[in-house]
Design a protein around this ligand. Structure first.
Ligand code: ATP
Ligand code: MG
Length: 427
């Protein structure tokens, strides 16, 4: 009988320990910057009632129409693996009462699920770090969010590889008026549209503006512009945003075709795009969604946020900043504890004592088989600077041998003295 290996689900990757070192380094910088702006973490369920996404994202979007992992639980309730984080944030905010009459600045981090065709930078399980702010309606909070993300890019050394694109969708009413005239225009030019665009004409026509099809792009140059339909308030809001960004020396372009895929946005929308990732170029994207809290049953609450895709960010950091990957390989341990076969238990005890005294130290205990020579080769492999050697004689006298690996120098010391010696050696 042959056994087939069980493989991971298509589009859902493993993140192996070597890869995770780079992730952790990036996560640390990102989270430190979030904290420095006073944003608080919120952790939310991975599974939500399917209805939540129908109502928030919109029934006629790609995500809801084609991409969700939806299943019935044993009582027949329809549940969905979250395809994005804003829905859960808003649900939780309303449910907890934390959005009522107060200002919140939150971030979340975790896996999201969309059943898309897997490609480089596009997976069925991927990770987003998202930032959401509730209770602030002015352009200033948008500036703050843009500054925060820009600070990420600067600290990660990829600022020059990302372009900030901005647009404004206007109010709900102005968007409806624009939508009508766009649909009229598109219906006059049906023969230029591809299948996807035709499918979207009645359901989600604004999304056609983001089409990558060249013929569609060509005809769109003649199409009415959203900016011509904007209400005055949105126009003023948007020019205030641009003014402040100019003053703060933030580079951006206005992309009149940027509309975002999800239904809930109004007013300002923005994206950071890398031209190195092909059609998976959007690394981070968001916008304002002032109607959503009310639509989900809360009180009217202005809100704005964005989500950043970690897999795409890691791809860029790896491509741009090669020293990062090598820095990660230098993640060495300090001490390797070598011991003879009969004193493994004593080795474990000694290791615990050292960790009690020196909580920061990275110490790895050799617990497998192998003579001293083999054990030393492991010490080198893990980059240890010091080896501690424990044999039956040392155990009997409560001693241990300290060996400085790069000089070969060694010394017999009392076990109690180890923290003292080690801290001198590792300065
Ligand atoms: P795209 O146009 O590339 O499909 P999107 O508009 O669907 O992106 P959002 O819903 O705005 O993306 O999600 C925010 C970010 O999450 C994206 O900019 C991207 O970095 C990341 N992201 C979205 N979908 C995926 C995916 N399937 N795999 C990896 N990252 C993703
Ligand atoms: Mg998408």
């Amino acid at each position: 009988m042959t056994h087939k290996h069980i493989q991971s689900v298509r589009g859902m990757k493993d993140y192996l320990p070597e890869e995770i070192k780079l992730w952790q380094k990036i996560e640390k910088i990102i989270i430190q910057i979030l904290h420095s702006y006073g944003y608080n973490e919120i952790r939310l369920p991975i599974v939500e009632p399917t209805n939540l996404f129908y109502r928030v994202i919109g029934q006629l979007t790609d995500v809801v129409e084609k991409e969700m992992y939806t299943f019935d639980d044993r009582q027949g309730e329809s549940l969905t693996l979250r395809p994005e984080g804003t829905s859960g944030c808003v649900r939780a905010g309303i449910e907890s009462g934390l959005l009522y009459n107060q200002e919140q600045r939150w971030w979340y981090y975790g896996p999201m699920f969309r059943r898309e065709r897997p490609q480089k930078g596009r997976y069925r399980q991927f990770h987003q770090i998202g930032v959401e702010s509730f209770g602030l309606s002015g352009a200033n909070i948008e500036v703050e969010l843009i500054m925060l993300a820009s600070r990420w890019w600067r600290r990660l050394g990829i600022m020059d590889n990302l372009q900030l694109e901005l647009n404004t969708l206007g109010s709900f009413d102005s968007r409806q008026r624009y939508r009508t005239s766009l649909v009229t225009f598109l219906k006059k030019h049906l023969s230029f549209l591809d299948v996807d665009s035709i499918r979207r004409i009645d359901s989600n026509p604004l999304r056609i503006l983001e089409s990558k099809n060249q013929q569609v792009q060509m005809i769109l140059r003649e199409a009415p512009l959203l900016s011509e339909y904007l209400d005055q308030e949105s126009q003023e809001h948007f020019s205030k945003l641009c003014n402040v960004l100019d003053k703060m020396n933030i580079n951006y372009i206005i992309n009149p075709f940027l509309v975002r895929g999800l239904d809930y946005y109004n007013s300002t929308v923005f994206e950071w795009v890398s031209y190195d990732l092909g059609s998976q170029g959007t690394v981070c994207a968001g916008g304002r969604y002032d109607q959503l809290v009310k639509e989900l049953g809360g009180y009217t609450t202005p809100a704005v946020g964005f989500a950043m895709g970690m897999e795409r960010l890691v791809l860029i950091v790896k491509a741009i900043n090669s020293q990062w990957s090598s820095l990660v390989n230098h993640d060495k341990i300090d001490i390797y504890l070598v011991s003879s076969p009969h004193v493994k238990r004593e080795a474990l005890i000694l290791a615990e004592q050292i960790r009690d005294y020196m909580p920061q130290i990275k110490l790895r205990t050799h617990l497998g088989s192998g003579n001293f020579k083999k054990q030393f080769s492991y010490a080198n492999k893990y980059g240890a600077r010091i080896a501690l050697i424990l044999g039956a004689v040392e155990v009997e006298h409560h001693r241990v041998i300290i060996k400085i690996l790069h000089t070969g120098e060694q010394k017999i010391v009392d076990q109690k003295e180890v923290p003292n010696f080690v801290s001198q050696l590792l300065v």
